[in-house]
Ligand binder design. Structure first.
Ligand code: SDX
Length: 393
């Protein structure tokens, strides 16, 4: 009776869909990409190799990886015509608005029909999306600070190239440290896919109409933007900064959350599926510690975050509601330590999630019996109404 809609997956089943990409056991805190636990991938793999696994369903051979890496290199540049759009966006435009607009615009440089007719064309489209979303993100940052867009280098790997395009100055090249490269690879890898989350379901919904891959993934960027979803990584830092700047005691903030004052929530906490812990937050917490140690850095926000987590995890309000740190709770610390600007945090999530969106788009398009998604609803509005004269309204 709440007007709640269910997602009819086109198979006549409501509220669920079938997928072979990612498996989550929310109670046990299990997350697997194509059956491989993320703990193994986090320790042994890279973002590009794991992205290949998510997209193509298997770990790449040396030849496959080299081919895909070559396609990523070939597609790292954005069309020179696209650069003009960055000059037209108002300086205050949020990078997520730019990213979704420019991802959509990639289709403007594609053949008219943009129909993907072969595995090779799909692989090229996947490489285009993964490579160009990174260049678009860095270009949006450069445009926002009034600096010239930095072109990709052809001697750098995926994550390092992004950092180069973000932070190289006209007077000084940026060379990432191994610790930063490792942390960025891990951040992106842990965001690569996550079953039927809001943005991935959006991509599937749009893909089910047979919209092209660029339009479908652009829709995913928009769904991710919200603070309940990918926007939470930015909101976590804003929450921690608010606590730091207000000199508020952490316990006082938690009390406000429990009283639902101003509707505030503990950002970076809670998850629809994980009911004990988000395995990604555990890995990111450890990575943040290691990165800070290696870079001999400290961040007072990390201390506040840990105190907040300790207080919340020992409080019945959060335990009863099964609220635990999720992927966004610690991820922001890593991005901050890299010098990623706060308003780019959710764009970083989008870069990481692109392989998952691509894989889900393909899964919809590969289904020979695929049908358009058409969520069902329970109608709770007025019935049997009639038009009346304006004077009588
Ligand atoms: C991501 O789905 C995915 O997989 C997403 C994601 C991915 O990889 O794609 O994992 C990424 O989006 C992670 C979530 C990031 N969002 C946040 O951190 C924002 C804060 N979290 C909440 O907004 C919330 O926990 C959600 C949106 C994540 C989940 O919301 P649900 O499952 O709809 O839970 P709910 O809103 O129904 O809350 C149930 C109860 C309520 O209290 P009561 O009405 O029972 O008294 O728990 C409370 C809520 O008020 N609650 C919180 C809370 N989250 C839920 N209270 C305080 N702080 C919170 N964070």
């Amino acid at each position: 009776d709440t007007g709640y809609i269910t997602l009819d997956d086109g198979y006549g089943n409501t509220g669920s869909c079938k997928s072979k990409i990612t498996y989550i056991d929310g109670d046990a805190g299990v997350l697997r990409y194509r059956g491989i636990p993320i703990e193994e991938l986090a320790e042994k793999s890279t973002f590009i190799e794991s992205a290949y696994l998510v997209i193509f369903g298997k770990l790449p051979t040396v030849e496959e990886r080299d081919r895909f890496a070559g396609l990523l290199m070939e597609n790292a540049m954005i069309d020179e015509g696209m650069k003009k759009h960055f000059e037209a966006f108002p300086p205050s435009t949020h990078p997520m608005a730019i990213t979704s607009a420019m991802v959509n615009l990639i289709s403007g440089y594609e053949p008219e029909d943009m129909i993907i007719n072969s595995e090779q064309e799909f692989e090229e489209a996947a490489a285009k999306l993964m490579s160009k979303v990174r260049t678009i993100a860095a270009a949006s940052y450069k445009a926002s600070i009034g600096e010239p867009i930095v072109y990709p280098r052809y001697d750098l790997r995926y994550a390092e190239n992004f950092l180069h395009m973000m932070f190289t100055k006209p007077y000084k090249a940026y060379e990432p440290t191994p610790a930063v490269s490792r942390a960025l690879n891990l951040f992106l890898l842990l965001h690569a896919d996550h079953e039927q989350n809001c943005s991935t379901s959006t991509v599937r919904m749009v893909a089910s109409s047979q919209a092209n891959i660029f339009a479908s993934c652009s829709a995913g960027v928009n769904a991710l933007w919200g603070p309940r979803h990918g926007g939470a990584n930015q909101a976590v830092i804003e929450m921690l900064e608010q606590i730091r700047d207000s000199d508020m005691d952490v316990k006082e903030y938690v009390r406000k959350v429990k009283n639902k004052e101003d509707g505030i929530k503990l950002m970076g906490f809670g998850h629809r599926v994980y009911r004990n812990f988000d395995p990604r937050s555990k890995i990111l917490r450890k990575a943040a510690d290691e990165m800070f140690d290696e870079l001999e850095m400290t961040d007072p926000l990390l201390d506040i975050a840990q105190e907040l987590a300790d207080v919340a995890l020992s409080d019945d309000y959060f335990v009863e509601r099964k609220l635990y740190p999720n992927v966004d709770f610690y991820s922001g610390m890593i991005l901050r330590a890299m010098g990623i600007p706060l308003n780019m945090f959710t764009v970083m999530f989008a870069i990481g999630r692109m392989p998952g969106w691509i894989a889900n788009w393909k899964e919809i398009n590969d289904d020979p019996k695929g049908r358009i998604y058409r969520p069902r609803q329970v109608y709770v509005g007025p019935t049997d109404q009639h038009w009346v004269l304006r004077e009588e309204r």
